[in-house]
Ligand binder design. Structure first.
Ligand code: GLN
Ligand code: ZN
Length: 762
């Protein structure tokens, strides 16, 4: 019989129960027992939902109070020394301290680093390895949760991050050695874990090894071979090794040669892997086909998926076949049930985690010949309805996109000529000062926005409120002596949502939250149709701000790549096509801003780097359309209009050519924390346009002294042409408070003045 399985269920709860409980616990409003019972309730509800849906193999240990990589660190005793842990069970507070840092009495330790989980918007805590690293079984969480489910009558499949993925994602913080050399020490702990789970009565364990989605080094390949040769010898338990987030490409043979009981493939991104994997599989290994998209919110095409599953069935037989989501459902919202504001037609196109369970079960049963005809028919109808719907097709947008010519990607003149015209118009001093856009989103700003949204504050009142905020911001910047001003982005909740709400082709959910990290969740908009910008989105505020000052005001927008990267994107056309449409909408806005008298416009591409595909071979294609879409958005203006872009913390070395190819007149980047190290890429490459290397770390409440910023700027001046350096913070200031921001910005403006003096004198 074909097995319906799940790889992981969202842990946050359908109404963000986990966030509420953990944050209350951190604040001291909920005690430990209260938090643990909230956790137990979520787990129970998730298991029962899956059981009721008909999932045969239900995961456990996919739950976490913070992050599953953090849980793995604790499970194998990989606790950085600074947390003062002395062995034994790693308790919950130590877990939270690793995740969030701790400053409490005599304890003072910075958090473990956090970074993106493959190419998702989920962030994990990074394990730290030193020459002294040892491993030991140090947590009972995975065993406790297995037992907890067993008490509820469910024999779960515990989920662990596999040893090679665990080592790959960690970082050597001291000394210089190959992480894979730690494998020999790590494997005995995994053996111990598997042995214990077998004793407890577990039949399957899922070992996640998404490293198979990357380019693997020889050391990683050897490690994978060795790890599974050994772990497969633990008796009394069956291993399922799971790859997800990509196809297998060069790793196909290695993957299929693992001597384990089941192998899971991502058949959404690796649809073409189904047959070759099935053909190569040994007779003792089952195939798990991940055919339901775990990262997007569209209904599966059940007919197409079933055909693929049947092919797999014909090759391996029902006794060696499993059906599941491509990856854990962690990356999708929990349920459609509560979305009362979405209309029925639109909802009929969607499947969140709960609805995906039904699709998985449908496919597994259908593989064995038990087709739920009614479900199939309604799926077909919904898909046809979506494909033909007038809501997603906009002829005007399609015609316009098809009519784009090479000229649309080009500014009128090359940068050198533009720079002269811009300087003549703007008359900026050397080392011009500016900010990245947002100012503190204080309580009053958020309150007014909420009141307006609820209809408790009229449009006129809200407008007057925003005007007042802008007036204050403009006056403050003038008083401080800023050269290029911003309006402060007080009207925006979020840099993607604000624009998405004003563009057609976008939809928003009420409860479609997805964990980003810890208790921080995001609610990505859904791009469902052809995108256009029916009317100006920011012109009113930028124009108003400009009317208050003779200094140049910088218009402020989010770029097309970021608009798409941070959304659930339609799957019925290539991403590059969707980005193009968004770019055209942004282009219209930029042209309108210019017409409204804005001489400088910033188009943020915070997510440019993170959109990079997992394998190098796929980079060129991405960088090509990503760069082009920015140029398309930015090239509608005259030479005199200065286009800025901004990128948050990024490693630029390997994408610097593409960055230069975007041809923004100026780019601001995050460099202060790295002491200007991130500038190296621009220096080596001799980046031809202007750069604003951040000199104020906005992630910290600390107020930098003027002299610190002078030193950073001197470092920049040593390596870059002085007439192309801007002075700005690392990023927007919306998460900070005015008490820190005011003195910090004042110091920054003074640092720029000092640079002007010392540069002139030299
Ligand atoms: N303009 C945005 C701001 O200042 C940029 C934020 C970002 O890049 N993350 O908030
Ligand atoms: Zn930023």
């Amino acid at each position: 019989m074909t097995i319906a399985q799940n790889l992981g269920f969202p842990r946050i709860g359908e109404k963000r129960e986990l966030k509420k409980a953990t944050e209350a616990y951190w604040k001291g409003d909920l005690d430990r027992a209260g938090l643990e019972s909230a956790g137990a309730e979520l787990r129970k509800s998730n298991w029962e939902k899956q059981k009721a849906a008909g999932i045969d193999l239900i995961p456990s240990n996919d739950f976490s109070y913070y992050d599953h990589m953090l849980d793995m660190m604790c499970l194998v005793g990989n606790v950085p020394e600074r947390f003062g842990w002395s062995g034994g069970d790693v308790d919950l507070d130590t877990r939270f301290a690793i995740a969030r840092g701790i400053q409490d009495g005599n304890k003072d330790a910075i958090a473990a680093e956090m970074t993106k989980w493959f190419d998702t918007n989920y962030h994990y805590q990074v394990p730290e390895f030193t020459p002294d690293t040892t491993f030991a079984l140090s947590s009972t969480k995975v065993f406790d949760e297995f037992e907890e489910a067993k008490q509820l009558g469910i024999t779960t499949k515990p989920v662990l991050v596999g040893p090679v993925t665990f080592l790959t994602l960690g970082k050597v913080t001291e000394g210089d050695f190959d992480k894979m050399s730690l494998l020999d020490q790590l494997l005995p702990v995994y053996e111990q874990i598997l042995g214990k789970l077998a004793e407890q009565g577990a039949e399957w364990v899922q070992l996640d090894e998404p490293v198979f989605s990357l380019d693997l080094s020889k050391a990683q390949q050897d490690a994978l071979r060795k790890a599974y040769d050994r772990l497969s010898k633990v008796s009394g338990i069956q291993l399922l090794v799971a790859n997800y987030f990509n196809d297998l490409a060069d790793n196909l043979d290695l993957f299929t040669s693992l001597p384990v009981h089941a192998l899971h493939i991502d058949a959404v991104r690796g649809f073409n892997d189904i047959e070759p994997v099935a053909d190569r599989l040994s007779n003792n290994t089952a195939l798990s086909v991940g055919i339901v998209d775990g990262r997007n919110i569209w209904k599966t095409d059940l007919e197409k998926a079933l055909a693929a599953i049947k092919t797999a069935h014909s090759k391996v037989g029902g006794d060696r076949l499993m059906v599941g989501p491509a990856c854990s459902l962690l990356h999708t919202p929990v349920t459609l049930r509560n979305e009362a504001k979405l209309d029925e037609e639109f909802k009929s196109w969607l499947a969140f985690a709960e609805e995906k369970l039904d699709e998985i079960v449908f496919l597994a049963r259908a593989a064995d010949g038990k087709v739920d005809e009614q479900m199939l028919a309604s799926n077909k109808e919904a898909l046809a309805n979506r494909a033909e719907s007038a809501r997603i097709h906009d002829q005007a947008v399609q015609r316009r996109a098809a009519g784009i010519t090479a000229k649309d990607y080009e500014r009128q003149s090359p940068y050198a000529e533009r720079a002269q015209k811009q300087q003549a118009k703007l008359g900026l001093p050397a080392f011009p000062t500016t900010t990245i856009g947002s100012f503190p989103q204080t309580q009053d700003v958020r309150k007014a926005r909420a009141a307006h949204k609820k209809g408790k504050m009229s449009d006129a009142e809200y407008d007057a409120f925003l005007e007042k905020k802008i007036q204050e911001a403009v006056k403050m910047q003038e008083d401080m002596g800023f050269d290029m001003l911003v309006h402060g982005e007080f009207e925006r909740n979020d840099m993607v949502e604000y624009f998405g709400e004003k563009m057609s082709g976008y939809a928003f959910t009420q409860f479609g939250w997805v964990q980003s990290y810890g208790s921080r969740y995001v609610k990505p908009p859904i791009i469902f149709g052809d995108v256009s910008r029916p009317e100006p989105m920011t012109v009113k505020w930028s124009k108003y701000a400009q009317s208050l000052t003779n200094k140049p005001m910088k218009g402020m927008l989010t770029g097309p790549v970021t608009m798409v990267q941070w959304a659930f994107v339609r799957d019925d056309q290539p991403r590059s096509e969707t980005v193009k449409q968004v770019a055209l909408g942004i282009r219209d806005e930029i042209v309108d801003l210019e017409a409204a008298g804005l001489a400088a416009i910033q188009c943020d591409e915070a997510a440019f780097r993170e959109g990079l595909p997992l394998r190098r071979a796929d980079w060129a294609e991405y960088l090509d359309w990503a760069t082009k879409s920015f140029r398309l958005a930015a090239s509608g203006v005259r030479d005199e209009t200065q286009v800025h872009t901004h990128m948050c913390y990024s490693e630029f070395n390997d994408i610097i050519e593409a960055i230069a190819d975007m041809d923004a007149d100026c780019i601001s980047i995050e460099t202060s924390r790295s002491q200007m190290e991130l500038l190296d890429a621009f220096v080596k490459f001799q980046y031809p346009n202007e750069i604003g290397p951040g000199v104020y770390d906005i992630h910290s409440p600390r107020v930098p002294e003027k002299q610190e910023m002078v030193q950073l700027l001197e470092k920049a001046r040593d390596v870059l042409p002085a007439d192309r350096i801007w002075v700005n913070p690392d990023c927007g200031l919306k998460t900070r408070g005015w008490a820190e921001v005011k003195p910090a910005l004042q110091h920054m403006v003074e640092a720029a003045k000092e640079l002007r003096e010392t540069t002139k004198a030299a």
